[in-house]
Design a protein around this ligand. Sequence first.
Ligand code: ZN
Length: 243
Amino acid sequence: MQIDLERYKRQLSIEAIGKHGQQKLFDAKVLVCGTGGLGGPALTYLTAAGVGNIGLCDFDIVEPSNLNRQILYNYADIKKQKTNIAKERLEKFNPDVKFKVYPEKLTEENTSDIFKNYDVVIDAVDNFQSRYLINAAAYKSSVPLVCGAVCEFEGILTVIVPKENTSCFQCIYPIKPSAELTSKTFGILGAIAGVIGSMQALEAIKFILGLHCLKNKVLIFNGIENIYRIRTISKRKNCPICR
Ligand SMILES: [Zn+2]
């Protein structure tokens, strides 16, 4: 398919992108796990940038309580499969991009096999259990992982690169919280998920372009105080995932 570069004119003029960088984006394969509050903005900006191959992984259906933050969906989508709706919307937004859907729950059996097909994975899920699973599978498959999470007015962001032996999600959170801790049990403001989800797209794009990204660091955003803090994360000696 012949791609109309006019669409990308304003980013082609960025020195760090140019035609060479845009080709890298067209050739890239990014998987987004979770197509909700974080996944929606991440997917939208990856699609807008012309990331050529995008996977969407989510087994959920749209519920009314999703709509304060999950911007790919509306009332007419309630009870429909999220990945199918998201794919439909994003295809209309940018027909240059190829999408593949995984309307299934990630498990220890299937996660690494899915991850192996991608250059970058974005963790945009809403529960700790899935985050630990995704972190372990990313290390096992040697796939870079952009991890983002939000709670009320705060958000965090980090990039994990197994091939460079960086610290991992379990180095930040070595003690697993209870399985009940999900977005269904704590508050989320859509605009905060929008900030972190957009930054996840940005980190993935920068990684693909070979630019600086948040490796061995965690960004903590406080939306009340308008403060970003960046902390260095040291690898935990006994981390079961990345040691
Ligand atoms: Zn670790």
